[in-house]
Design a protein around this ligand. Structure first.
Ligand SMILES: NC(=O)c1ccc[n+]([C@@H]2O[C@H](COP(=O)([O-])OP(=O)(O)OC[C@H]3O[C@@H](n4cnc5c(N)ncnc54)[C@H](O)[C@@H]3O)[C@@H](O)[C@H]2O)c1
Length: 309
């Protein structure tokens, strides 16, 4: 299969590109290279250094490459930035994403896998782990953007017969993750602080919880969605709830040294508890997480330690 990966130079995207190449697919990477300081290009992929909203450039890419499928990962990825500038967030994450979806349709590319976010779309409604049947109640423009794109995928699937899969990810972590901006960002921040010995700040009282998914498991969900012919929105998660304080303790354990954290006020737009029920991904995509948090954290710690040494 020929797969176009937007955001293919990013954290999750670069792992996805490697996996698709290993599996024997042809891969076209679209990335404007404005975000990642460090990149992990795969020489076997064809890279176009363009913004996915650049209509002329993308028309040329679709005409030349004729992809069979699009995995759409490129996005404005910060919840905080989406609150500071909701217009810019909606432009990239909704308007430009619809333009990409429609361009795929016009070029006969009928399979779209979209990087959604369970953490951001469900909001704080109290049912944990949260199943897909719960109403989305996003509390940030970023979450609203993800929900909106899920609706467009569903519409394009019904109206145009396209296959659309929205992967509602938990917080993804792993090697290559950047320190700033993203949703799963607390893991690399804590690893960086423990390795450097710099003070660490916990926002709120540390009781905020998240469901952490190792990046290779996230990538496997993309692969299974590409292999399937269903259209659906599914949680991609572990179903295990870990508090920020527990995470900090696990990071100290893996490093073998104690360090007292500082506490700062809670940040708006962040949900207090997020843990997603993973069951339907198994039924619909045959996907389930393979990496325990302990294993994934140890692998990620080793990667950050090797980077800093
Ligand atoms: N990291 C997580 O925990 C998590 C959880 C849920 C959903 N997601 C979603 O997964 C996707 C990938 O996230 P990530 O953590 O790998 O982020 P990332 O920033 O590492 O990767 C995104 C990539 O997209 C590129 N990009 C951004 N805007 C672009 C544009 N307009 N044109 C071309 N390229 C552009 C960036 O240069 C970057 O390489 C995003 O859609 C994000 O919202 C991430």
């Amino acid at each position: 299969m020929k797969v176009l990966v937007t955001g293919g130079a990013g954290f999750i995207g670069s792992h996805l590109v490697d996996r698709l190449i290993d599996d024997g697919h042809e891969v076209i990477v679209i990335d404007h290279h404005k975000r990642e300081k460090r990149r992990f290009p795969n020489a076997a992929a064809t890279t176009h250094k363009v913004g996915f909203a650049d209509e002329a450039a993308m028309e040329a890419v679709f005409k030349k490459e004729k992809p069979d499928a699009v995995c759409h990962l490129a996005a404005q990825i910060s919840v905080t930035k989406s609150i500071e500038d909701p217009v810019a967030d909606a432009q990239t994450n909704i308007v430009d994403a619809i333009a990409l979806l429609d361009m795929a349709r016009r070029h006969g590319c009928n399979k779209i896998v979209f990087s959604s976010s369970g953490g951001a779309i469900y909001g704080d409604h109290g049912i944990h782990p949260t199943p897909e049947i719960m109403n989305a109640q996003p509390i940030s423009p970023y979450g609203i953007g993800k929900q909106a794109m899920e609706h467009y995928l569903e519409l394009y699937s019904k109206a145009h017969g396209m296959q659309g899969v929205s992967l509602r990810f938990a917080n993804i972590y792993g090697p290559r993750q950047q320190l700033s901006g993203g949703e799963g960002g607390v893991v690399p921040i804590f690893l960086d602080k423990i390795l450097s010995g710099d003070p660490v700040t916990i926002f709120g009282d540390g009781s905020m919880t998240r469901d952490y998914l190792f990046v290779h498991d996230a990538v496997d969900a993309f692969v299974r969605a590409l292999e399937s012919d269903v259209s659906a929105a599914v949680n991609v998660s572990t179903g295990r709830e870990v508090s920020v304080l527990e995470l900090w303790n696990m990071v100290q354990d893996v490093h073998g040294k104690k360090q007292e954290p500082n506490f700062a006020p809670f940040r708006t737009g962040e949900v207090q508890h997020s843990v997603l029920a993973p069951n339907s991904a198994k039924d619909i995509l045959g996907w389930e997480p393979m990496t325990t948090f302990e294993e994934g954290l140890a692998k990620t710690y080793k990667w950050f330690r090797d980077l800093e040494s």
